[in-house]
Design a binder for this molecule. Sequence first.
Ligand SMILES: Nc1ncnc2c1ncn2[C@@H]1O[C@H](COP(=O)(O)OP(=O)(O)O)[C@@H](O)[C@H]1O
Ligand SMILES: [Mg+2]
Length: 336
Amino acid sequence: MAEVKLKNLTKRFKDVVAVDNISLDIEDGEFLTLVGPSGCGKSTTLRAVAGLENPTAGDILIDGQRVNPLPPQKRHISMVFQSYALFPHMSVESNLAFGLKIRKKSLKHKSEKVKWAIELLGLSGFEKRLPKELSGGQRQRVALGRALVLEPKVLLLDEPLSNLDAKLRLRMRTELKRLHKKIKTTIIYVTHDQAEAMTLSDRLAVMKDGKILQVGTPEEIYQKPADIFCAGFIGSPPMNFVSGERVPQVEDKNAMVGIRPEDLSISLAETKDGIVGRSSVTETLGSDNYLYVDISDLLISVRLKPEEKIPEDKPVWLVARKEKHHLFDKSTGRRV
Ligand SMILES: Nc1ncnc2c1ncn2[C@@H]1O[C@H](COP(=O)(O)OP(=O)(O)O)[C@@H](O)[C@H]1O
Ligand SMILES: [Mg+2]
């Protein structure tokens, strides 16, 4: 286990600034996720920690040691990619043992570690199978096992669940979380999927355009997003945004007001401090129903109470208590 520190890390590819002066302290044993849209610099950051990219500027410290000059194999890290190619002609056992073999570990050490991984990952009975004889989830577990048998101080995971179908992805999420509880290895996880990031992580670092915009626990970021981007990126359906002058109790044209769908209530009768709109469709997402309301050019989502039914195309009034408003400065995007 180890702590990881990024200090003013920058990576440029010619005129593209992939990572723009980021600093981040990851605690020993922590599950930290870099989350943000495609192209925001997540993989480049992870690859720099792994030693696969040379930083343009800044330092990477693992357990207090500056690792910039060290090649990947000397950093005590393991990485699992989205395209976790297993060796197709090798059994599960041989795939798991491969890294130990090239590191010239003893036979005893190899068989012990492989046995440990097989048990840890629930692969008993599958030792002799080839990758093509496994399910997608089992293959993903072998890829994880291959990284874990090397006893890394830090485990780096780059969108490891993206290739799995939705149902399996959900199951692997739970498995990963349980696995981390058991092994307590420091994990840096990369995903563009905010729901995945929210459910797995101790803390998230929200990235955009090569920068880290906010670091915090899932609750902190959800409850108190630092800017409009984080507010809109974390949470589904996303937070609604209405210009300040259109919101009763705010009426500030420089403010952007953010309101989560669950913080709005709806009334079919005119209400004081309500914003009038027209009801549109209701969307059912499993246990929750969301009504969409047209307010001239905006479409606002509102979480309905379990038994609440609102007919389509009727005038409705939206109300959010003032303490549920998130206020942002329109010009900087920052929370005020
Ligand atoms: N080897 C490379 N050469 C040139 N540009 C690159 C290279 N790798 C990444 N980039 C660019 O850097 C930016 C960040 O990429 P990446 O770290 O892969 O983002 P993410 O993983 O968040 O999707 C993108 O604009 C991407 O096109
Ligand atoms: Mg990536």
